[in-house]
Ligand binder design. Sequence first.
Ligand code: AOF
Ligand code: ZN
Length: 420
Amino acid sequence: MAGGAEGNAQRSTFSAERLSGEPLAARSRLPEDKRLLDERFMRRAVELARSAWGMTHPNPMVGAVIVEDGEIVAEGFHAMDGGPHAERVALAALGRKPKPRATLYVTLEPCSTPGRTGACCDAIKEAGISRVVVGATDPFEEHAGNGFAVLREAGVEVVSGVLAGDCADLNLIFNHWITKRGPLIAAKSAVTLDGKIATRTGESKWITGELARADVMRWRRLFPAIAVGAGTVMKDNPKLTVRVEGAEEWCPWRFVFDGLLRSVVDRALPQVFTDEFRERTIVVTTPHGGLGYVRKLRDQGVQVWTFPSATQRVPLGDFRKKCAEEKITGVYLEGGAQLVSEFLQERQVDYYFMYRAPVLLGDERAKAGFSGLRTEKIEQAVRLADVRHEVFGDDQLMRGRVVYPQKMQVDENGGRGAGG
Ligand code: AOF
Ligand code: ZN
């Protein structure tokens, strides 16, 4: 394909046609050097958007730059939900009227309806911007594709789909929240070359290296909630906060799945129930947990969500609904294997992060990350789509959207209780 914004999008992981919401033929064709320049400025806009990593929920992360005569003259990003949009921040930072040939780069299609802050399309028109370059389409129904139409009607030149894959990837959580009206539930595992998460004795620390672990911290900071099973809480007594040098310790919502409340022991309680962030801990359980334990947790200031269930397993679809009601837009499942397997068996994992380290156990009794499915044919396999690969030192991250097969069979012994 000869040049054009679509050339770039074809090479990226996502299809620009799908993301930009426009047929390929309708998008403008640009000479190669102009396209490269557009990508350069868009890359800066993506970087700016990321400055608000984890701080905009339920809104998206958005970055914008204004370019005059090939130079960036103003920058902006959407810093928090309810705050001004990136385009308006950039226009305000400029502090004067843009030059007639100015270009605005923005990672997300400018909004065309007044939300809490006024439509960005209006601000763009009022400022007299003549060219707008956009990354991804806004999936929000009222906005999707409309921003392009409104601006073009006003005579603005619009180029869409520039770094579309990277721009959509910025908003994995927002995109899912808007289109599926519920949280993005993502699972993470760190595996060996042979796909194992622990040795036969259960040792799992230090499979991946420092850089991969730092990346996990970064994703922990993005997701509004983390989830673990009772087994993990009892075995590792994790803190589940985000600790990054130079930044204050951050605590997301911490879900502990414990159908029987076996982590509420009489001895010293796990630290997620007692530390300074204990009010950010939510125990997810069933009526089989016992009211005395529920009371004990509540006395600590810990929240408890109890879901009716015939077994000790928490009904995960109901958990998802409750998250939606509580406006929790994303949940990062950190394990253990039993809990993530239950989510998988119930088709409740939407996204998967797999860090693979160059370590080989070669032991058939080493522990696998997932179990409980009966996969006889490859067509029954769970697959990832919109896959992205990243490298962290010697380790690799493969991540993507989970696509379930039409027929997925859960093995009889896959139905053990919540915990892990
Ligand atoms: C943009 N630029 O920086 C953002 C956009 O309630 P509001 O006013 O914050 O509007 C939220 C909606 O606006 C959100 O659902 C999404 O469609 C869009 N977000 N749009 O042009 C931005 N944050
Ligand atoms: Zn806007």
